[in-house]
Design a protein around this ligand. Structure first.
Ligand code: ADE
Length: 249
């Protein structure tokens, strides 16, 4: 998978060199490029924003650097991947569709993602019109119903959620199957040794005996029950929106 990130704060993306994603990059599973939007400006101040037409607070990102950036990044990607491969261009945006595990699954199958990090009040609307005109597939993705200062933090989160689903990135693929949200439910409670633990207050806390039974069928049923109960308590909205699989269990 190729990923390009366009931002005015390239340093914000340095965590993508660490941990699982860093390893995936070193192993060649993910080819990630971070670009400074200002390289596509031509004035002395490397200006990327201006006041909103019609008045109002804050600043709006100018269309010219963005159009030039998409053109430059597409050219570089085409040179690597071939002319027939097109990116999905993702704008992190609080007004976008909520980003969820199903979206992460879908995007993990893409050959090429381009993230465009807006700042200030947002990007001039004509950039989206231009991308649609030149046949680019565009998605607006929101991390949640709150406002961040820009798209960079959202890119860190979305990239991590997507890249860990790329085949080969997580060593034990089974661990992806049972985690929260993978089946529309929250994950069941987890325990490890010691099976009997005395906490710092002197309380002896036993792991559920069924986990020591060796009966894998019963353990799976117990875990599913726990998942359902936990989801009903913490996220009833997931059950209400659930598919037949979740409802029938
Ligand atoms: N940019 C600013 N706020 C955001 C949010 N909630 N999600 C994604 N991108 C954003």
């Amino acid at each position: 998978m190729r990923i390009d990130v366009i931002t005015i704060f390239p340093e914000y993306l340095t965590p993508l060199e660490l941990s699982l994603i860093g390893k995936a990059r070193r192993e060649g599973l993910v080819d990630l490029h971070v670009h400074d939007l200002r390289q596509w400006t031509h004035d002395r101040h490397r200006t990327v924003d201006d006041t909103p037409l019609g008045g109002g607070a804050g600043m709006v990102m100018k269309p010219e650097p963005w159009a030039a950036a998409f053109s430059g990044v597409r050219e570089a990607g085409h040179a690597e991947l071939g002319e027939d491969v097109e990116p999905l261009i993702i704008f992190p945006n609080p007004a976008g569709a909520p980003f969820a595990q199903a979206t992460a699954q879908e995007w993990s199958q893409c050959e090429w993602l381009v993230f465009a990090c807006g700042r200030y009040e947002g990007i001039d609307e004509r950039v989206y019109e231009h991308l649609a005109d030149v046949g680019c597939e565009v998605a607006l993705a929101s991390l949640g119903d709150y406002v961040l200062n820009g798209g960079e933090v959202a890119v860190l989160a979305i990239t991590e959620a997507v890249v860990r689903l790329v085949p080969g990135v997580v060593g034990n693929a089974e661990s992806l199957v049972e985690e929260s949200h993978s089946e529309g439910l929250l994950e069941y409670p987890l325990y490890t040794r010691p099976a009997s633990w005395t906490d710092p207050a002197g309380v002896v806390r036993e792991a559920p005996p069924i986990l020591l039974s060796g009966d894998h069928g019963k353990i799976a049923a117990w875990r599913r029950e726990q998942s359902l109960a936990r989801t009903a308590e913490r996220r009833p909205d997931l059950l209400a929106a659930g598919d037949g699989d979740t409802q029938s269990a």
